[in-house]
Design a protein around this ligand. Sequence first.
Ligand code: C2E
Ligand code: MG
Ligand code: MG
Ligand code: MG
Length: 285
Amino acid sequence: QDAGHHAGRIQVYESGRDIALQRQVQLIRDLRRAAQQDELLLHYQPKLDLRDRTKIQAEGLLRWQHPQLGMISPGEFIPLAERTGSIQLLSAWVIEEGVRQLQHWRTLGFSVQLSLNISTEDLLDTELPARVGELLAHHDVPGSQLTFEITESGVMLNPTVALQVLHGLREKDICLSVDDFGTGYSSLTQLKRMPVQELKIDQAFIRDLHETSEDAMIVRSTIEMSHSLGLTVVAEGVELQRSLDLLERWNCDSVQGYLISRPLPVQAFEAWMQRPSSSPNSLVH
Ligand code: C2E
Ligand code: MG
Ligand code: MG
Ligand code: MG
């Protein structure tokens, strides 16, 4: 288990590939510090509820403002954190920050449904439901305003413990959503065993929807089957008006993507919430 560290030391100055390795070593080292030193922040990407466009829904997405390296995307540092045991530190920060924001928005009069991403490791932490429950109680935020996005591979690692954790979260009224559905080993059969309420169809299927394409068949049947299992469906990665029109026609419940909005820094998201809700079409350019 020392191999990565060792490899980093001996190969660092050798080639372009090793510059990438050097960066990884630095990120892994700095990750633990990030949460304590105010280098993390959440951006908020609005989701549009197609049945009730006045509802405010968003996904919190983690950003790392590194003092030397600048803004680092979660696609780069989350996998490193997952492999090196610092993901739970990050998750704890994300959940605390999200709940704190929910409380703040409540004082401003906004009831936001906030989705947060949690990792495989979090699903093995049997203390998680109690800790989140305390946090919610402390900030006087109902669990029902919080959604945790999980991936099915997260559940597969240790289904017994993961299901126990998921049921514990449900007891706190937290909603559960399956992220990136359609990639990996996900299947609707497995979904039936999980206490989830929502499914997010992966953006790979959504980005370029045509009425007659193979993606269209997958998306349509996923929406229909989800509804018959009592799940709501979110399509992520909606970039084109054409995709939105099709999703609406196929009764998709919510959409998320650059067409509706990019992920926004907190002030910009608060401005977005204060848009005139009487003109929902102003959301979609
Ligand atoms: P995800 O949870 O599937 O989040 C959606 C990603 O797609 C986000 O990337 C978002 O900015 C991007 N996206 C949204 N709409 C569009 C679109 O229309 N087109 C395109 N091309 N992309 C779109 P981001 O913020 O870079 O996050 C990447 C992944 O990192 C997330 O995928 C999630 O798996 C992970 N992640 C982000 N924040 C956290 C966190 O707080 N905790 C954990 N464990 N993972 C996180
Ligand atoms: Mg997500
Ligand atoms: Mg996703
Ligand atoms: Mg993803």
